[in-house]
Design a protein around this ligand. Structure first.
Ligand code: UD1
Length: 438
């Protein structure tokens, strides 16, 4: 398994280009299953989850072409298999996004239950309950969800009230409803920008989706969808991670190709904490932080537009360098503090009680051997390593490769010193030469 070896203490300075959003590209790729025509997606990040999603689509019978590194042309004219197998779903939960489109277009789908993951139990009961409101019959067979459309093979529009906000649940239902008979209304829908991006693609394919980005989404079902071309929005979590990277190293970075409005809450929290962030233009942010300027500020993770759970770990790394005590409360996932114990090993002062972590800073972090436990936790350990004295070795960086496009290359280009120690057996992403200029 690849490792990162980080020499800490370097200030970051320069320009970083933000990649496309993984969490938007994944549902958009699944949406290609809704039509026999080609769907072309640009600005798709080159990360492992995207490769996994491409494999799933190919296994189902779709053709996935990559005319350019970050462009995918997906043609699902020949779907013969209707199953997302356990082997894939257990490595990437977002493969459940195949459920809605398969059920809507072919009237049947079989998707493995995801089981547990590092950050909690993460059930899909809300997806299934909602699909039942569209007339689907849903059963469980040997660890698989087996879903069928009603007798005439077509889902029926209906009203869905999500008990809890679910991002992929909203996306699954929105996709399913596009081909249902009649109108579907989704209440308490997720408002994440990735949901709105998916709706934009669906509408380009001919769907009639209104209200995406608000808590109520209305979909008028139609008989069939066509092909479309769409550019994926920038990754707001990568943007937030680089904002924290500049701040934690007292650096000065310009982030290009981003969408500041999607990161509004993170920007405002970081400003409160003493970070200078300037909106240079609609797609560029400049972030600076002076030595000793960081102040402790509390956060609570909540669905968009509140503070994202996917930025909680990186914010915790930053707070280890802030003067005072901050409280970080995680309300989305029940077990998402695994990075805290690794940071403690580096010298951070963090105590956990229930779903709240109390961080007292500023601590002098020292390099240590630490383990990445999930995607965003790994990013937080990279941030801690950037500021730690001496050398930090992060093991299991395959987690970070799931969702960050060449994070070490991007950081090294602005002054970091991170070496990837490759394991030739388990490393599956092509070597850097094939990845091209970032
Ligand atoms: C998506 C994101 C992930 C992010 C998360 C929360 C993608 C591919 N992943 O994950 O990066 O951390 O949103 O912003 O977009 N829940 C249920 N039953 C369900 C579905 C969800 O109880 O059927 C619970 C979950 O366990 C969790 C909460 O609802 O506590 C929110 O989860 P959800 O929004 O569904 O997360 P994902 O869509 O899996």
């Amino acid at each position: 398994m690849d490792k990162f070896r980080i020499k800490g203490g370097r200030k970051l300075n320069g320009r970083v280009q933000i990649s496309g959003a993984k969490n938007s590209a994944l549902p958009c790729m699944a949406a290609a299953l809704l039509t026999a025509e080609s769907v072309t997606l640009h600005n798709v990040p080159y990360v492992r989850d995207i490769i996994t999603q491409g494999r799933l689509l190919e296994d189902l019978g779709a053709q996935v072409l990559r005319p350019e590194l970050r462009t995918h042309k997906i043609t699902a004219s020949n779907i013969e298999i209707f199953e997302a197998p356990y082997e894939l779903v257990k490595t990437m939960r977002a493969s459940v996004l195949a459920l809605g489109p398969l059920l809507a277009r072919f009237g049947k789908a079989k998707v493995s239950l995801p089981g547990g993951c590092a950050i909690g139990s993460r059930p899909i009961d809300l997806h299934l309950e909602a699909l039942k409101h569209l007339g689907a019959q849903v059963g469980l067979e040997a660890g698989y969800i087996v879903a069928r459309a009603p007798q005439r093979g077509r889902l029926q529009g209906g009203e869905v009230n999500f008990d809890k906000v679910t991002v992929t649940g909203t996306e699954n239902l929105m996709m399913a409803a596009t081909l249902a008979e009649g109108r579907t209304v989704l209440n308490n829908a997720a408002r994440e920008p990735e949901v709105a991006d998916l709706a934009e693609l669906l509408n380009r394919m001919g769907a009639r989706v209104r209200g995406a980005g608000s808590p109520q989404i209305t979909v008028e079902g139609i008989e069939s969808l066509g092909g479309a071309e769409h550019t994926i929005i920038p990754d707001r979590i990568e943007t937030g991670t680089f904002l924290c990277a500049a701040a934690i190293t007292n650096g000065d970075l310009e982030l290009t190709s981003c969408r500041p409005e999607h990161s509004a809450i993170v920007i405002s929290k970081l400003r409160e904490a003493g970070v200078e962030i300037e909106e240079v233009n609609q797609s560029t942010l400049r972030v600076r932080c002076c030595q000793g300027a960081l102040k402790a500020r509390d956060i609570v993770t909540e669905p968009h537009p509140r503070f994202p759970t996917d930025m909680q770990a990186q914010y915790m790394a930053l707070m280890t360098q802030a003067a005072g005590t901050s409280r970080i409360t995680e309300t989305i996932f029940e077990n998402r503090f695994m990075h805290a114990s690794e940071m403690q090993r580096m010298g951070a002062d963090i105590s956990i009680s229930g779903n709240t972590a109390t961080v007292t800073g500023a601590s002098v972090l020292t390099g240590a051997r630490v383990q990445a436990s999930d995607l965003r936790a790994s990013a937080s350990l990279v941030l801690a390593g950037l500021v730690a004295e001496g050398e930090t070795v992060i093991e299991r960086v395959y987690h970070i490769d799931r969702g960050y496009e060449k994070i070490e290359a991007k950081l090294n280009a602005v002054g970091a010193e991170i070496e990837r120690v490759r394991d030739s057996v388990t490393s599956q992403l092509p070597p850097p030469a094939e990845i091209g200029v970032l």
